[in-house]
Design a protein around this ligand. Structure first.
Ligand SMILES: Nc1ncnc2c1ncn2[C@@H]1O[C@H](COP(=O)(O)OS(=O)(=O)O)[C@@H](OP(=O)(O)O)[C@H]1O
Ligand SMILES: Nc1ncnc2c1ncn2[C@@H]1O[C@H](COP(=O)(O)OP(=O)(O)O)[C@@H](O)[C@H]1O
Length: 743
């Protein structure tokens, strides 16, 4: 993917700034090569500091995207670009949302579904222009990512360039040439983008012409924005270091003439044992792309605190964090295996939080994301309010799916069954659905164990994650699979997918479709790059109601693993979304096999992944059998549960008489180990305690309840019976109010 960007200046951008030259130096001679350009404009509330343009080109599976609000300068830029293209001899045409809405789209409003239709029609028109060999510049707000992505999917691969005109809302509002912001602020226009209707920035919006200011003013980093040149910073690994200044006057630091991965810049900091540190920095390379990791060297340890794929031409944000076992000095530096590239650094921040501050943030988000204020009004059989009625609320079942994997041993061990079913509401089978379990030899399918386990789960009302349709790791392929030639492997894989997904249709809440396809590529290598996308598409055709998960390790566990950084994960997710043309049902599975967890990094990674706005699950949580295993498990589960984007947690602690995988919750008599105690403590914390109270003078009673199923008993001195009602508290609305009749 090429990434281009340029600052808005009084002069229109040239076509070379836009990267519109044909790669071979020729002009577009036929329709296939004509790129479609959508100009998007939007204020990034609060975060943007200057007018910026950002363009993206040649996304792996091609499509059209747009963004923005009114007034940032889309039309101005579109016209300038069109003029420039004409001068250079290209045919182009501007489709401006504002104009098209007077003709072709005059029947459309600004409701979400009409905006989607507006963008779809303009995308179709752009496609026709592409057929005619004309560059189409679509200047639209297109505020929703989904609509932009759908449009991108419509167009031939790599012919779509998305330009994000990132002008702060204050500036758009100050311009207000049409007076619409004023009307929107006065409530006379409803659903105005940026005021009372959202704008969803592009997912890779971190790549900016200029970096944002350091978060938290840099925290404990001195000279975090290099406004004082190299002061406080030094070279690491004998790298050459100098400060440079951008055209707009922004100072940054550069490590150049690098010959070793670790040669970069460094800063000395003092880290405290009981603190959690969030880290961020903006990075750029002089050429190409480079995976850059930030490392803290302290007490002989090298702690990886986060990674990002830095690009040339724009700044990318690295977001991570760390905590340390011992108080003491540390040296932070950056590392990249791409030694050809200079590493450019700006806006560095390291902000400490106490454990109490961290926990209080979790408590706050749990209250917002997992609980609801429920207001109950009690009336008598004639509808008259009943003050002083006694209400007792008892939570019967939690809404948040929390569970654990099981192996087939559960089928024959009653003590295990009792232990499991009294605690958990969701499960995954360790191996029993995997291809190597259901078809050990070709053509001999045997689902008897998996079927029995499905029946067990259903009998106890336990939801089931399907694990997995395919596993991309070559070492887990059966020898008969590995030895099949192309055609036969293709057929066998097709049969496998059909067989297992259709067999359990409607019984599975989510499938891990191509497990670990960020780290491995057995099927892609043998059957072609489109394998994963195709598998997800087919799985969705067979079971459209089920979430189809990517499932990957190290995204939360290992900040230094470049294969599965949050950015790489989002890129893969996007590929699958484009391929399947489905933006709701492709979900994020994070295996979460931890050693000592890095909780601040975990939060930073979840924040990043949450931008995709799809369900995120922690799918296989465990902690290595190390000192403080239970304590680490508690930290991980708390962080997962308190993150609003996480929609379910499954642990990987299936019980085996001969010993568990990496983590057990109980001994062989199903008595809790310290890990099991943590689990029970949290299950208790994550559900509402029994509440008994009386209604006030107006017959009202209010309570903050966890999402889930509750039973309410109501009684009143004037009646001698007790009414029992059920109440489902669900996440959708912020408040719930209901009237209960004592009858
Ligand atoms: N509710 C509301 N929200 C946003 N914009 C509004 C609204 N009502 C009218 N307008 C004017 O319509 C222009 C945007 O039209 P688009 O077709 O680009 O919008 S969208 O892509 O369908 O969201 C946009 O013009 P531009 O300023 O040229 O972008 C607005 O002036
Ligand atoms: N770079 C710029 N600096 C200052 N004003 C600008 C710039 N670009 C556009 N404008 C002005 O802002 C207003 C809105 O620009 P326009 O291109 O119509 O925005 P949009 O199409 O995104 O709503 C116009 O008055 C235009 O002259």
């Amino acid at each position: 993917m090429q990434s281009l960007l340029f600052r808005l200046s009084p002069l229109p951008p040239t076509s070379s700034q836009l990267g519109l030259h044909h790669p071979a130096g020729r002009r577009w001679a036929n329709s296939c090569a004509a790129p479609q350009i959508s100009l998007l404009a939007c204020p990034i509330m609060a975060s943007a500091t200057a007018d910026r343009f950002r363009s993206r080109r040649g996304e792996p599976l091609g499509q059209n995207g747009e963004c923005g609000c009114s007034e940032p300068g889309k039309s101005t830029l579109a016209c300038a670009l069109s003029r420039e293209l004409h001068v250079l001899g290209f045919l182009s045409y501007v489709l401006d949302g504002d104009n098209v809405r007077h003709g072709l789209n005059k029947d459309l409003s600004f409701k979400a579904e009409d905006r989607a239709e507006n963008i779809r029609r303009i995308g179709e028109v752009a496609k026709l222009f592409a057929d005619a060999g004309v560059i189409c510049i679509a200047s639209l707000i297109s505020p929703y990512r989904k609509d932009r992505d759908a449009c991108r999917a419509m167009l031939p691969e790599s012919t779509f360039i998305e330009v994000f005109v990132d002008t702060p809302l204050e500036i758009c509002e100050a311009r207000d040439a049409k007076g619409l912001y004023k009307l929107a602020r006065a409530g006379k226009i409803k659903g105005f983008t940026g005021i009372d209707d959202p704008y969803e920035p592009p997912l890779n919006s971190e790549c900016l012409a200029e970096p944002l200011n350091p978060q938290y003013g840099g925290g404990i980093i001195s000279n975090p924005d290099f406004s004082k040149g190299t002061k406080g910073w030094s070279s690491f690994g004998f790298s050459k270091v100098e400060d440079r200044t951008s055209d707009s006057g922004n100072k940054f630091l550069v490590a150049y003439s690098r010959s070793r991965s670790y040669q970069s810049i460094s800063n000395n900091v003092h880290l405290e044992k009981d603190k959690l540190y969030t880290f961020s920095a903006w990075l750029q390379t002089s050429e190409g792309n480079a995976d850059v990791v930030v490392i803290f060297k302290t007490g002989g340890k090298f702690i990886h605190a986060g990674a990002v794929e830095a690009k040339s031409g724009c700044w990318s944000m690295l977001k991570g964090g760390l905590s340390v076992d011992a108080t003491g000095p540390a040296k932070l530096y950056f590392q990249s295996n791409n030694t050809q590239a200079e590493i450019w650094v700006d806006s560095v921040s390291l902000q400490p939080f106490s454990k109490e501050e961290w926990r209080s943030h979790q408590t706050q988000t749990i209250r917002q994301a997992r609980m609801k204020l429920v207001k109950v009004k009690v009336v008598d059989a004639n509808g008259r309010i009943l003050p002083n009625a006694t209400i007792s609320i008892n939570q019967k079942r939690p809404h948040f799916p929390f569970g654990c994997a099981i192996p087939q041993s559960i089928l024959t061990n009653t003590a295990y069954q009792n232990y499991f079913t009294s605690r958990f509401t969701v499960t995954t089978f360790e191996n029993e659905m995997k291809w190597y379990s259901t078809e050990r030899s070709q053509w001999n399918e045997d689902y008897s164990t998996a079927d029995a386990m499905v029946a067990f789960a259903q009998q106890h009302g336990i939801s089931l994650r399907g694990h997995n349709v395919f596993w991309d790791d070559p070492k887990y392929q059966m020898s008969w699979v590995a030895s099949l030639p192309y055609d036969q492997l293709k057929n066998a894989a097709g049969r496998r997918l059909y067989s297992v997904v259709s067999r359990y249709k409607g019984k599975i809440i989510g499938w891990d479709v191509v497990n670990e396809n960020l780290h491995f590529n057995f099927f892609e290598q043998r059957l072609g790059q489109g394998f994963s996308g195709d598998a997800y598409w087919k799985a969705l055709q067979l079971d459209p109601g089920t979430l189809m998960f990517l499932n990957e390790y190290n995204t939360l566990e290992q900040p230094g693993d470049p294969a599965s950084t949050p950015d790489k994960y989002l890129q893969k997710l996007k590929e699958i979304q484009y391929y399947t043309k489905n933006w709701e049902k492709i979900a994020i599975g994070l295996e979460s096999h931890f050693d000592q967890p890095n909780i601040p990094f975990m939060r930073a990674a979840l924040d990043k992944l949450a931008l995709a706005k799809v369900p995120i699950w922690l799918t296989e949580v465990d902690v290595a059998n190390i000192e403080n295993q239970a304590g680490y498990l508690e930290e991980i589960l708390r962080e997962g549960f308190s993150h609003p984007a996480v929609q379910g947690i499954v642990m990987w602690a299936g019980w085996h008489a001969e010993g568990c995988n990496r983590m057990c919750l109980t001994d062989n008599n199903f008595r809790n180990l310290p890990t099991g105690d943590v689990v029970d403590k949290l299950i208790g914390e994550w559900r509402s305690e029994k509440i008994v109270a009386t209604t006030d003078d107006d017959g009202f009673f209010k309570a903050h309840l966890f999402h889930g199923e509750h039973e309410i008993e109501i009684s009143h001195p004037s009646a001698n019976q007790i009414s029992v009602k059920s109440l489902k508290v669900e996440p959708a609305l912020h408040h719930e109010s209901m009237v209960l009749k004592l009858d």
